[in-house]
Ligand binder design. Structure first.
Ligand code: GNR
Ligand code: NI
Length: 181
């Protein structure tokens, strides 16, 4: 059969939850944003909206590439999807911000995390164009949370060892229960 014109529909991908060694891997840069990476970005966006979440990084769907998607538009606002490959933080503010963070890979767990309030980032967009932009507010927190995923870092890694262990033990117990159910 002829390949041209065979448009695969977008797909909702399964999200990996902790504890899982795949969430600790460092992701590899993409060479360029080609059709395969665009497909990954589109599938990740659909997966994020379905979850629902405000961000998603490729390692959370088992792909160790430096790709992430975010949309921090509030309910009732115009959607504002951003798709980033090879994101780099060029500058981060000394000023910090505290947000109650959650993570689709740490279901139902929330904790306050302190991060730089603002940053300048550079990335490749959906069209493989280099872009630079300043981020702040929830967008800054969310993009830093996603870039952490690309380094194998979870939000609980920013907490005290005690708080981290409480959350991780809850999740591994939950996994054991689901495995034997
Ligand atoms: O859906 C999500 N909400 C969220 C809230 C505060 C700070 C970060 C986030 S990201 C998270 C989705 C997710 O796990 N992305 O990796
Ligand atoms: Ni996350």
């Amino acid at each position: 059969m002829h390949k041209r014109g065979m448009l695969k529909p977008m797909a909702i991908l399964p999200i990996i939850t902790a504890p899982d060694p795949r969430l600790k891997l460092k992701s590899e840069p993409v060479e360029k944003v080609d059709d395969a990476i665009r497909r990954l970005m589109d599938d990740m966006l659909e997966t994020m909206y379905a979850a629902p979440g405000v961000g998603l990084a490729a390692p959370q769907v088992g792909v160790t590439k430096r790709v992430l998607v975010v949309d921090v538009a509030k309910e009732g606002e115009q959607p504002n999807p951003l798709m980033l490959a090879n994101p780099e933080i060029l500058w981060a503010s000394d000023e910090e911000a505290v947000y109650e963070e959650g993570c689709l890979s740490l279901p139902d767990q929330f904790a306050e995390v302190t991060r730089p309030a603002k940053a300048h980032i550079r990335y490749l967009d959906h069209e493989n164009e280099i872009r630079e932009t300043e981020i702040e507010g929830l967008l800054a927190t969310c993009i830093q949370h996603e870039i952490d995923h690309l380094e194998g870092i979870l939000f609980v890694d920013h907490l005290s060892g005690l708080k981290r262990n409480i959350i991780l033990r809850k999740l591994s117990k939950l996994k054991r229960m689901q495995a034997t159910a």
